[in-house]
Design a protein around this ligand. Structure first.
Ligand SMILES: Nc1ncnc2c1ncn2[C@@H]1O[C@H](COP(=O)(O)OP(=O)(O)O)[C@@H](O)[C@H]1O
Ligand SMILES: [Mg+2]
Length: 221
């Protein structure tokens, strides 16, 4: 089953939010999901402790550099979709996780600073590809976007596309429901309504489908 690694050296880029949204959406769609919390700050662990986990989701905490490859392989072969949430750093742990990925997703706010730091994830992936002698599928998702797209956003997107970077559509919009995941735990369906819930559900579900489509293409290749 696929291993999805969420990686960006930028803190606050939306990695843990992306991991939780993707995990809960894929589980809702029927997949068994194992989430590996590899960030010492433990965002995903804190989320998992807020409320009973939705069906088909399991969270493993404190997965470190020594255990990461074995842990990924164990859960990959037991039929689970593995989602790895990482700290916003470049480290050996991050490189090891990337080396096991079927897809690396780099969440990125559409600002110049975030994009500048975020694209450093691409170099990390390039290094792993070189070490392994194979390509690692990679995509960027813009996070915390607004309904009205800024010029900065459009410029960054164009520049990434020119570099051949795969950009996941839809972006993850800035939504009260997405940040409330860490307040209430569980998934979007189980929380008290936050803002326009329907829009949040649709955004999360379409995002997960766009990720899933990339994985299916990978398995068919
Ligand atoms: N799409 C979003 N809408 C609203 N708030 C968001 C969204 N994505 C992230 N946030 C908030 O931004 C902050 C940083 O997000 P987080 O996912 O923890 O980033 P990272 O894991 O990259 O450090 C958190 O407070 C989170 O709730
Ligand atoms: Mg995080």
């Amino acid at each position: 089953m696929p291993v999805i690694v969420i990686a960006s050296p930028k803190g606050g880029a939306g990695k843990s939010t992306t991991a939780v949204l993707l995990g809960t959406e894929l589980a809702h769609a029927g997949a068994d999901v194992t989430m590996l919390d590899c960030d010492p700050n433990g965002s995903v662990t804190l989320w998992s402790e807020r409320a009973p986990l939705p069906p088909r989701i399991r969270v493993l905490s404190d997965v470190g550099e020594a255990g990461i490859i074995k842990t990924i392989r164990t859960h990959d072969t037991d039929g689970s979709v593995v989602i790895v949430d990482l700290e916003g750093v470049a480290s050996r742990l991050v490189s090891r996780a990337i080396s096991q990925a079927d897809l690396v997703i780099t969440p990125m706010r559409a600002t110049t600073l975030d994009a500048t730091i975020g694209v450093r994830a691409l170099s990390l992936i390039g290094e792993e590809e070189e070490a392994l002698g194979r390509d690692i599928r990679h995509a960027v998702v813009f996070t915390m976007t607004r309904a009205i797209r800024s010029k900065q956003h459009t410029g960054i997107e164009e520049s990434l596309k020119e570099q051949g970077v795969d950009i996941i559509e839809p972006a993850l919009m800035e939504r009260a429901a997405f940040s409330a995941l860490f307040e209430f735990g569980g998934d979007l369906r189980g929380m008290p309504a936050q803002g326009r819930m329907e829009g949040a559900l649709q955004n999360a579900s379409e995002f997960a489908q766009a990720v899933y489509a990339r994985l299916s293409a990978e398995e068919a290749a």
